[in-house]
Structures are given as structure tokens and as C-alpha cells.
Ligand binder design. Structure first.
Ligand SMILES: Cc1cc2nc3c(=O)[nH]c(=O)nc-3n(C[C@H](O)[C@H](O)[C@H](O)COP(=O)(O)OP(=O)(O)OC[C@H]3O[C@@H](n4cnc5c(N)ncnc54)[C@H](O)[C@@H]3O)c2cc1C
Ligand code: SF4
Length: 330
């Protein structure tokens, strides 16, 4: 691990001002950042500890409806908050299926979506060709071990997936990341936070250096919502595929459906074509629902070892929709 400077910000203004210096990283729970520093994935010269920023620590209702979750709220606190469990079960479930109970006690809701891919070449202790970690060095996974890699939105330069569970639920909920920065900050839709690799796989998100997530905002309650996580073991394991389904039902039919898949692309992958087709269908119309899901898989492309993920992801979407339809409103 390289030497680095450490400072604790007492206010938001202090944190943003300190982050103007190049090669500065914010420290929230530290469960990702410190691993990167240990492995040599990141070597910030300055670490700004943001854990003293009080306004980022709470969960509160928004005046126009919805919920504001401060970026420093610990994952377990967010998942077990009464409003999150009642109104946004998909988010509560996604969080509780992430990492371990100990990690969730420390890790934050703002830091979680900013974790990096679990691609083994990217995380390797020795230096391997990896365009994300060493731009221009090649992609070892493209023709190597790629059974857990992307089936949507990948490029020849990088076939990695984004591993965050909560980010998938947030994308299905059309949540918004609220940021602060020297130039005033902005609102970033959860569907647009993560970048696709294209020819710049070294980028992970649209956040600019020094831009701080202050909160995540959720709009109207979505009680008919479910998160399904498929993994090699039932606990303390990343998803092979996950599916977040959010349904609005009226008079026995689907009024609106939102579905995001996780661990299939470098961003939570919304099934937009399927969503349009699902409106107006009965939740029991299994043929219609299956045909709608198929529409969104026209653009799926498997790699040498991950063709199995395509049927798995279709079935995860179908199952999540069925479970969401059965959930009773509060
Ligand atoms: C063994 C293990 C298993 C795991 N399994 C899962 C899993 O199954 N599912 C899952 O979703 N996650 C999993 N994780 C990831 C874990 O949830 C993340 O490490 C954690 O959520 C990151 O949050 P943090 O607050 O510790 O972030 P940090 O490590 O503090 O920060 C991560 C990055 O985000 C930046 N950052 C943090 N907060 C902000 C902010 N407010 N604004 C701007 N930048 C910020 C930091 O500068 C850094 O670049 C696992 C982690 C480990 C170590
Ligand atoms: S998939 Fe991306 S992260 Fe993995 S080796 Fe290729 S370039 Fe690196």
C-alpha cells in the first residue's frame, strides 16, 4: 500500500473543497476503497473521510412523497428502515442479499454502487492484461475466464459486469443520485450512473473527480416489488444474475412494469422493450409475459463461457415479475 494523506471533513463544503486536489478519494465505509489500495487498484494521494457529515446520515420522507436516503446511511440501517421495508421492498431485499451482515454494518448506500467489477483479472494481485485497470493492455476475459461476465452492452475492450445489488433495485425504482460538487452538483438517474465500457473501460460511472453523492431519492412507494438474486451459494456471494421487478397493478392488469437485471452488464440493465409490452397484460398471462421478456433479449450476446446466463436471466426476470405480482400492498 502506498503512503497517503488523511483528513476528516467536518462539513460538506470542507469535503468538496478538499476534493479539488487531484488523486483524492472519499472514504465512506472503506470496505471497497481499502481493498483497492491494498491490491494496488487505486493509490490515492489524499483520502477525505466523510463519516462526520451529519446531513448525509439520515433517512427522511420527501415533501412531495418518496424518500431521501442519505449517502452515509449504513446498508443494514437502510434495509431495516420501516419505510424502505414497507414501500420499497425490492431495495430492502437487494441490500440484505449483499455481502455479509458485518460488511453491511459498515458499508454505505452511497459507496455501494461505486464498487468496481469483481472480474478476476481486474482484481488479480499480479499484473495481467486488463483495459480497465491498465488501459491499452488488452482484455484477458474476452477469450479467457468469462463465465460470470456480461451478456449485454459489452465491448471488445471490456466484458465486465457491475456487481452491486442495491444499484439494480435503485435502477428498477428509477431512483436519483443527488450529488454535490464545486460547480453545484446535479441529479443523476440511477439508470445512468454507470457507464458502458465502449472504448473507455477504465471509467465506471459518470461522476466527475471530486463529485460527492449526498443522497439517493426514491419517488412514489412501490410495494409490489421484488429482488431475486441467483448465486452459487445462498449467502455472502455475488450474483451470477439478479432481477429487480417493480409492478403497478390496476384492475387485475399490469399498469406499469419496471425490470432491471444485475450482473449481466456494466450497469443495471433495464428491460425497456419488455416493460412497454407488459403494460395491459394480466400477471397470469404467462405466454404474453414470456413473449415480452424475449423482446429485450434480442440484443443479448454471450461470450465463450457464459451462454447459460441468457436463459438464466430470462427466467430470473419472469420469476421476479411473478413474485412482485403476488406481493400484497401494505
Ligand atoms: C467480501 C465482500 C463481499 C461483498 N459482497 C457484495 C454483494 O454480494 N453485493 C454487493 O452489492 N456488494 C458486495 N460487496 C461490496 C460492498 O457492499 C461494498 O464494498 C460497499 O457497499 C462499499 O461501500 P463503502 O461505504 O464501504 O464504500 P467505500 O469503500 O468507502 O468507497 C467505495 C468508493 O466509493 C467512493 N465513495 C464512497 N462514498 C461516496 C460518496 N458519498 N460520494 C462519492 N464517492 C463515494 C469512494 O471514494 C470509493 O471510490 C462485498 C464486499 C466485500 C468486501
Ligand atoms: S473484462 Fe474488463 S475488467 Fe475484466 S479483464 Fe477485461 S478489461 Fe479487465
Amino acid at each position: 500500500m502506498e503512503r497517503f494523506g488523511y483528513a476528516r471533513a467536518a462539513t460538506l463544503d470542507q469535503a468538496i473543497a478538499a476534493a479539488v486536489e487531484p488523486n483524492t478519494a472519499f472514504l465512506a465505509g472503506g470496505t471497497e476503497l481499502l481493498n483497492w489500495m491494498r491490491l494496488g487498484i487505486a493509490a490515492p494521494e489524499r483520502v477525505i473521510d466523510i463519516n462526520g457529515l451529519e446531513p448525509l446520515q439520515s433517512i427522511a420522507p420527501l415533501p412531495e412523497g418518496g424518500l431521501r436516503i442519505g449517502a452515509l446511511v449504513r446498508l443494514n440501517d437502510a434495509a431495516q428502515h420501516e419505510s424502505v421495508m414497507r414501500d420499497y421492498p425490492v431495495l430492502s431485499q437487494a441490500i440484505l442479499k449483499a455481502a455479509s451482515a458485518q460488511l453491511r454494518n459498515l458499508a454505505t448506500i452511497g459507496g455501494n454502487p461505486l464498487q468496481k467489477t469483481r472480474c478476476p483479472y481486474f482484481r488479480a494481485e499480479e499484473q495481467l492484461p486488463c483495459n480497465k485497470r491498465h488501459p491499452g493492455s488488452g482484455c484477458s476475459a474476452l477469450h479467457g475466464i468469462n463465465d460470470k461476465h456480461a451478456i449485454f452492452g459489452w465491448s471488445e475492450a471490456c466484458v465486465a459486469t457491475q456487481p452491486s445489488d442495491p444499484a439494480v433495485a435503485l435502477a428498477a425504482l428509477d431512483a436519483t443520485y443527488v450529488t454535490a460538487a464545486r460547480d453545484g452538483g446535479r441529479r443523476v438517474p440511477a439508470t445512468e450512473l454507470h457507464t458502458l465500457p465502449g472504448d473507455q473501460p477504465e471509467l465506471d460511472t459518470v461522476l466527475r473527480p471530486g463529485e460527492l453523492i449526498t443522497a439517493i431519492e426514491l419517488s412514489q412507494p412501490s410495494p409490489h416489488s421484488v429482488y431475486l438474486k441467483l448465486r452459487e451459494r445462498e449467502s455472502y456471494e455475488y450474483a451470477i444474475v439478479s432481477a429487480a421487478a417493480v409492478l403497478e397493478l390496476a384492475n387485475g392488469v399490469i399498469r406499469r412494469a419496471r425490470i432491471a437485471l444485475g450482473s449481466v452488464a456494466h450497469r443495471p440493465w433495464r428491460l425497456s422493450a419488455a416493460e412497454s409490452r407488459l403494460a395491459g397484460l394480466s400477471p397470469s398471462d404467462s405466454d404474453g409475459i414470456r413473449a415480452a421478456i424475449e423482446l429485450s433479449f434480442a440484443e443479448a450476446r454471450s461470450l465463450s463461457h457464459n451462454a447459460y446466463k441468457i436463459p438464466l436471466a430470462k427466467n430470473a426476470a419472469l420469476r421476479a415479475l411473478a413474485l412482485a405480482a403476488k406481493m400484497s400492498p401494505p
